[in-house]
Design a protein around this ligand. Structure first.
Ligand code: ADP
Ligand code: MG
Length: 219
């Protein structure tokens, strides 16, 4: 479940971003749609507790995100938020399987090697567990990042521009994997996108439209 009220944020020196209120039930899908620079990634960072809003409140997976203490918030994020960022942030120092193992360290839980293998196998990545991220295709790397995001079966899956550089077939495949992954874990799925193909492919999903920001002076 995700609910916002009167949410706004401005990055230092950036425009004031005001977000429409939204309520998504557990297991639902929400699309954040708008032009580049309209605030979609900022909204996702607020939902993940990576930023604290200047005003308003945001309840994500039962938690008022801004009210948590920093340590609590990091642990909550590791357990409750699956994040598939636009830039994947896979560590080149580690194998695919070790990249997934980091999730357990972040959440303070013992590493479950069998669960890592299952998560990789579910995305047809089992044979690639020992590879380094640079030895993967772009699509494989994105699937590794999705496997990482879903590993702890988080109640919320946040996805930033998953289809930006994909052709039509890869776009459809990526969306199918996201929906399947969210359905398997019962996660609420939020996809930020400026790609009309995503909106067309998910006609039943509510859309939060982000208006283009015309360099409104920050307070
Ligand atoms: P979108 O994801 O829709 O492209 P963003 O959330 O990335 O939009 O950015 C919204 C606005 O905030 C833009 O005007 C952008 O320049 C500004 N912005 C984003 N991140 C920062 C930052 N770290 N510092 C200052 N301004 C930022
Ligand atoms: Mg963005």
């Amino acid at each position: 479940m995700i609910e916002t009220r009167g949410l706004s944020h401005a990055h230092p020196g950036g425009p004031a971003l005001r977000f429409e209120d939204v309520a998504v039930s557990q297991g639902g899908t929400l699309l954040l749609r708008g032009a580049s620079g309209s605030g979609k990634s900022t909204w996702l960072a607020l939902a993940a507790g990576l930023l604290t809003p200047q005003a308003g409140e945001m309840i994500v997976a039962g938690q008022a995100v801004a009210l948590q203490k920093p340590g609590e918030r990091d642990r909550w994020r590791a357990r409750c938020i699956g994040f598939l960022p636009q830039k994947l942030f896979l560590s080149e120092a580690l194998s695919v399987a070790e990249n997934l193992a980091l999730v357990y360290f972040a959440s303070g839980q013992p590493v479950d090697r069998a669960a890592i293998q299952r998560a990789l196998a579910a995305l047809e990545l089992g044979a690639l567990a020992a590879r380094k991220p640079s030895q993967l295709s772009g699509g494989q790397a994105q699937r590794v990042a999705l496997a990482r995001a879903l590993l702890l079966r988080p109640p919320v899956l946040l996805v930033d521009e998953p289809t930006a550089s994909l052709d039509d077939a890869a776009c459809a495949a990526a969306l199918a994997l996201l929906q399947h992954g969210a359905a398997q874990t019962g996660a609420t799925l939020v996809i930020a996108t400026h790609d009309a193909r995503v909106v067309n492919a998910l006609p039943a999903a509510p859309v939060l439209n982000f208006r283009a920001i015309h360099q409104e002076a920050a307070a």
